[in-house]
Design a protein around this ligand. Sequence first.
Ligand code: ZN
Length: 95
Amino acid sequence: MTTLRQQIIDLLSEEELNARDLSQALSIMEKEVYSHLEHIEKSLVQKGKKLLVSPCRCLCCGYTFESRKRLNKPGRCPLCKKGHISMAEFRIVSG
Ligand SMILES: [Zn+2]
């Protein structure tokens, strides 16, 4: 039986997806996706793979949340203070 985390790894090895795509594909909550991703990110290191994160971006002013440590979506932009933020996209690659 394939575990949920293995399914996430398989999906992200094939294409770039955000938490909403993954939550719909696996029928789980978005916040569960983020908590699985945090564990996956650590476990991938031992397998010689890594989780690539295309950071969240403000849709109003273009500010990019590059240095953000947490994976989930920020509430609002620190520059323009608006809440139109794109979701981070995830992808798993070798090395
Ligand atoms: Zn902004």
